[in-house]
Design a binder for this molecule. Structure first.
Ligand code: NAI
Length: 413
């Protein structure tokens, strides 16, 4: 929180955008279309020292999961105004430090939800036909030509646990195949199509032929499907987990696969996953032919990458052009209207008593009327945006920068 105050007001062509790690080209296109011309794209992540060096001159930085924006790197980011994580997770950025430096961080939490729903839809059919085991056997030269244990999905019951962005899309798609859809969610969710909410996880497990998990990773969902829950599932039913690895107890699932209580499973996420493609995938599930194992690729498609690029670039451009922080994961959220006629001043500050009064004092001393004012705060940082009718932004910015709690100011015209 001891960063010096900074302020700037730049024409778009002077705003420098750096996109790392081969971010899909539609992100750069989006910046160009919005009038930004200084956009550089690099195919890979930069080594830490080079990143720390390059970040000095950049106003907007786009990364994926391999770049590490640590305290030390962010300390060099004198001009950095916004960060885009062109992915779902934001663990690679020190979010608190970024906030304390007045830098919002954007991501795309829902841009790949359709990809996950489609994969699960395919897995429903594969599991009901016993394809994972038949496929594994054929690779070994065995010919399991049999209708035993093979069913159509039509008329079967799919139980969806977690009826959010992915779960609800899956429900709609699954109804298209003739499945009956039940769902359980801790929040009250309106059903789409003919989906039927149930009152408890136990009821869902008891009624479903296929159970698919779409919950977040929280304390409540740790081992959500353990031994007790698996024993509540119908004999011969199937389990799909493309949510988070800690949601299913793998030992309990292995036990149920060995006993035949669970007929098959499709698992995309694991409690421990290899850090890179060079590391071995270690899991007790490898021994089961009737388990479809995929390397956490539920959301990994061309279209998802494109959606992520558009989503994050749009949020960054909106912040740059208009000051809105919609979708920022570490910042007070302010949704702003256009400022077609007025000038706009943004002030990011440590959230201390008296700051708003000090800001208003600067305006009243300058004799400038505030047309509109928007304020949002988090416990440590506040963000206030003011629309004013003046061409003398310099005096105002100087006055605002003298307020001790100021982190940074920005002026849009
Ligand atoms: P979402 O936030 O839209 O939906 C999650 C739903 O789960 C919410 O409706 C919430 O109320 C519900 N929920 C939370 N705790 C619950 C509990 N204890 N019992 C029942 N319901 C509960 O999330 P979204 O986008 O649908 O993602 C779902 C999961 O899929 C997340 O864990 C996400 O990380 C994962 N995911 C996996 C991908 C992959 O590559 N396999 C790609 C994208 C997301």
């Amino acid at each position: 929180m001891s960063e010096p105050s900074r302020s700037y007001s730049l024409a778009k062509e002077k705003i420098r955008v750096l996109l790392l790690e081969g971010i899909h080209e539609s992100a750069a296109e989006q910046f160009f279309n919005a009038g930004y011309s200084d956009v550089e794209c690099l195919p890979a992540a930069l080594p830490q020292d080079e990143l720390a060096d390059r970040i000095r001159d950049v106003h907007f930085l786009g990364i994926r999961s391999r770049s590490r924006l640590t305290d030390a790197v962010l300390a060099k980011a004198e001009k950095l105004t916004g960060i885009g994580c062109f992915c779902i997770g934001t663990d690679q950025v020190d979010l608190k430090t970024a906030r304390h430096q007045g830098i919002p961080v954007f991501n795309a939490p829902y841009a790949n939800t359709r990809s996950v729903a489609e994969l699960v839809l395919a897995e429903l059919v594969m599991l009901m036909r016993g394809i994972p085991a038949k496929n594994a056997a054929a690779h070994r030269g065995e010919w399991l030509k049999s209708a035993a244990g093979a069913y159509e999905v039509r008329g079967k019951t799919l139980g969806i646990v977690g009826y959010g962005h992915i779960g609800s899309q899956l429900g709609v798609l699954a109804e298209g195949l003739g499945l009956r859809v039940l769902y359980y969610d801790i929040d009250r969710k309106l059903p789409l199509g003919n989906a039927e909410p149930v009152n408890s996880l136990a009821e869902l497990l008891d009624r479903a032929d296929l159970v698919s998990l779409h919950v977040p990773d929280t304390d409540l969902t740790l081992d959500l499907i353990g031994q007790a829950e698996i024993s509540q599932m119908r004999p011969g039913s199937h389990l799909i987990n493309a949510s988070r690895g800690r949601v299913v107890s793998i030992p309990a699932l292995c036990e149920a696969l060995e006993s035949g209580h669970i007929a098959g499973a499709a698992i995309d996420v694991f409690p421990a996953e290899p850090a890179s493609g060079n590391d071995e995938f270690v899991s007790e599930l490898r021994q089961f032919d009737n388990v479809l194992l995929t390397p956490h690729i539920g959301g990994s498609t061309f279209e998802a990458q494109q959606n992520i690029a558009l989503d994050v670039a749009t949020k960054m451009i909106l912040y740059s052009d208009n000051g809105s922080t919609t979708g920022a994961v570490n910042f007070p959220t302010v949704n702003l209207p256009d400022h077609a006629t007025a000038r706009r001043i943004m002030h990011i500050h440590r959230n201390e008593p008296g700051v708003l009064q000090a800001i208003n004092q600067v305006f009243s001393t300058a004799g400038i009327n505030i047309a509109s004012q928007y304020l949002q705060t988090l416990p440590d940082v506040g963000y206030v945006v003011m629309d004013v009718e003046t061409d003398d932004a310099g005096t105002l910015l100087r006055g605002l920068n003298e307020i001790p709690a100021t982190i940074r100011t920005r002026f849009l015209y």
